[in-house]
Design a binder for this molecule. Structure first.
Ligand code: HEM
Length: 304
């Protein structure tokens, strides 16, 4: 029997999202496990409509479950791209992705998580994402179009395969991107389309000579040794009228899915070309995580 991914990963009905990251401050493994078990139990009992996906950084997983490591998991290391672009590592220990359709309930759960975790961890990032029009990013293009479509394809892209350590779980990349929308709005739509690699209104992929090598699609639609580097993206826009952008979030079956795309975006490839989207948005937070399968999460927290 295959392990079961955390259900919230695939719930696409949500319109409100909280991204909460924590650094552990308690050296007592059992105290941390107990706080986590109580948090998840309270969320489940009181708010069954809200999805809570919990993920662990490499060090935190090793601390809590020293007997095994998920296949390919590492901490995020700062990426120094061509032309001065950078994706700084802000790797933390715990990542709670709380989402649902009712903002009141989603907010209640975010408060509950924070209240329960206070005793063992420090909050290092909190952001609130939202669905913007018909799944648009704030740059005005639909986000998520090329995601795998069927349940089977989503699982293939997002879930560690049977037989590997951590099977049924996922590798996760989270990044906070801050957009320069003033700069973006200054360029004509045809140039925006060349940056993304799709048309803005019809949302059709550019073809042939019309598709630049340095468009976002060209830099991320990749194959490594003939294997398509598919990931399952669950990003959400966030922001205020001053700071705004994208909470990028993606689930993958192996870390290579993310590292190959990021290296290609930052020009760390033979052609040294950077993704043109980097000239309009800046990654300010980046972490890799492991979202264990329900069975592994249960085993970790058992008895706590
Ligand atoms: C400022 C940050 C970003 C923005 C605004 C953004 C926006 C978009 C948009 C509008 C699309 C086209 C529609 C779609 O298929 O979803 C897209 C596609 C895609 N993005 Fe991003 N993205 C960002 C960062 C990233 C990052 C960091 C990665 C990977 C590490 C990534 C991976 C992908 C992939 C794999 C696709 C689909 C490519 C294909 O057509 O197969 N994106 N993104």
């Amino acid at each position: 029997m295959s392990n079961t991914p955390q259900a919230g990963i695939f719930n696409e009905e949500s319109t409100h999202f909280y991204f909460l990251e924590y650094g552990l401050n308690d050296k007592d493994r059992e105290a941390v496990k107990q706080a986590l078990a109580e948090t998840l139990k309270a969320c489940k009992i009181q708010y069954s409509e809200v999805s809570v996906v919990v993920s662990f950084g490499e060090k935190a997983w090793h601390f809590l479950q020293p007997s095994w490591m998920p296949a390919t998991l590492t901490s995020f290391k700062t990426l120094q791209g061509q032309q001065g672009h950078q994706a700084p590592s802000t790797q933390a220990d715990l990542f709670f992705w709380v989402h649902g359709a009712d903002i009141s309930q989603v907010f209640d759960v975010a408060l509950l998580v924070d209240q329960k975790l206070k005793q063992i961890a420090d909050l290092v990032l909190q952001e609130r994402g939202f669905r913007y029009h018909q799944n648009l990013d704030l740059i005005g293009f639909e986000d998520g179009t090329a995601n795998p479509e069927t349940e089977e394809l989503k699982r293939e892209a997002a879930v560690i395969a049977d037989g590997l350590s951590g099977a049924g779980g996922s590798l996760v990349l989270s990044q906070k991107w801050v957009h320069d929308l003033d700069k973006w709005d200054e360029i004509p739509i045809s140039c925006q389309e060349a940056v993304v690699g799709r048309t803005k209104i019809e949302n059709i992929e550019l073809e042939g000579e019309a598709m630049p090598d340095d468009s976002h699609i060209s830099r991320t639609d990749l194959k490594v040794d003939g294997v398509p580097m598919k990931i399952y993206r669950r990003s959400a826009p966030f922001g205020t009228v001053t700071e705004k952008g994208l909470l990028f979030l993606a689930f993958g079956c192996e870390l290579l899915r993310f590292t190959s795309q990021l290296e290609s975006m930052y020009g760390l490839t033979e052609d040294k070309k950077i993704d043109q989207i980097l000239n309009f948005s800046k990654a300010v937070n980046s972490s890799y995580w492991f979202a264990p399968a329900q069975e592994d999460l249960h085993a970790l927290l058992q008895g706590s």
